[in-house]
Design a protein around this ligand. Structure first.
Ligand SMILES: Nc1nc2c(c(=O)[nH]1)N[C@@H](CN(C=O)c1ccc(C(=O)N[C@@H](CCC(=O)O)C(=O)O)cc1)CN2
Length: 303
């Protein structure tokens, strides 16, 4: 018998792969013996059946331990508050661990920031509408009006908030007010404005950026032009968490494609756009599925 699974064509992502009673738990703490046992014993005692578990240690002597567990538990949604209270007291407290429980069917509320390039934004809107991404795009924010009609065609709210060097603080204040309590993640889909450290602190949710180079090469503006001038044989894209240090945040996903001397910057840009879209979609999906854990300037991705 051939087992085939088709990508969900519509409806909520997660329902196709995960029933409504599948939960997720992510844990991170200083490494030490017995952590997996403590976590699995806790889940067992609360009636949960572990269906997937991934863990990684950066080193047994004082390193960091990371774990991602998927489990089945009847009446999951109603049981989550009890699980969180119990885990905090019985496991996380003694370990000094950070943790998070979520229902696998939960959709991440995403605000997408964009300037004029449409390819990454439209790709996310299209994949979300198809149910490929376990998220809902609650808002698009742009410093230009070019993409307003495209966004409206997907039935998603569009906010035009112009930004200049002199008005950036006021613009960021408007962005923060718009997002307050409405989103769980910000995605910069080729948004061409540098977010201030104050914005990143105050927004209080993760920010994922797609940079159009294979970082750490060609940070900053105009990477394809500089890549052509350098005579590279590979171009790439990098999805990373945005920090105050431009394009230096923890890398989530990257990919590359070969180019030859015959390709000009326009060809780099055209081929690079395909890489950017795929890399960003992969990174956003993995984030929404709680597969990405940050360890300082790096990530652990249980893909
Ligand atoms: N705090 C952060 N903000 C942003 C990041 C980041 O990593 N941390 N990534 C950038 C995206 N980006 C490259 O991927 C990038 C965007 C814009 C610029 C830039 O020089 N912008 C100028 C204005 C340009 C314009 O007005 O068109 C500026 O902000 O002064 C460099 C790199 C997104 N933001």
């Amino acid at each position: 018998m051939t087992l085939t699974t088709e990508a969900p064509r519509s409806g909520r992502a997660g329902e196709a792969e995960h029933g409504k009673d599948i939960g997720r738990l992510v844990v991170s703490c200083v490494d030490g013996p017995g952590i997996v046992s403590r976590v699995s014993t806790f889940l067992l005692r609360h009636g949960a059946n572990i269906v997937q578990s991934d863990q990684y240690s950066t080193g047994p002597a004082g390193g960091r331990f990371f774990q991602r567990v998927e489990f089945h538990l009847p009446e999951l949604e109603a049981r989550l508050p009890e699980l969180e209270r119990g885990f905090a007291t019985e496991v996380a407290g003694p370990l000094g661990a950070t943790f998070r429980f979520r229902a696998a069917s939960a959709l991440t509320r995403v605000a997408v920031f964009v300037s004029r390039y449409d390819h990454c934004l439209l790709d996310l809107l299209w994949r979300t509408r198809r149910g490929e991404l376990p998220m809902t795009i609650v808002q698009v924010v742009s410093n230009h009006t070019d993409l307003a009609d495209d966004v409206a065609s997907f039935g998603v709210p569009f906010a035009h908030i112009p930004v200049t060097r002199d008005t950036k603080p006021e613009a960021e204040q408007r962005q923060l007010e718009l997002l307050a309590g409405q989103a769980d993640l910000v995605v910069l889909a080729r948004y061409m404005q540098i977010l201030s450290g104050e914005f990143l602190d105050r927004v209080g949710i993760p920010v994922i950026n797609i940079h159009h180079s294979f970082l750490p090469a060609f940070m900053g503006a105009g990477p394809y032009q500089r890549a052509k001038e350098r005579g590279v044989k590979l171009i790439g894209a990098t999805a990373h968490y945005a920090t105050e240090d431009l394009d230096e945040g923890p890398i989530i996903e990257q990919d590359v494609a070969r180019v030859s001397h015959q390709a000009n910057v326009a060809e780099f840009t055209r081929r690079g756009a395909d890489i950017e879209r795929v890399v960003l979609a992969r990174a956003v999906r993995w984030h929404c599925e709680d597969r990405v854990l940050v360890d300082g300037r790096t990530t652990i991705v249980f893909s």
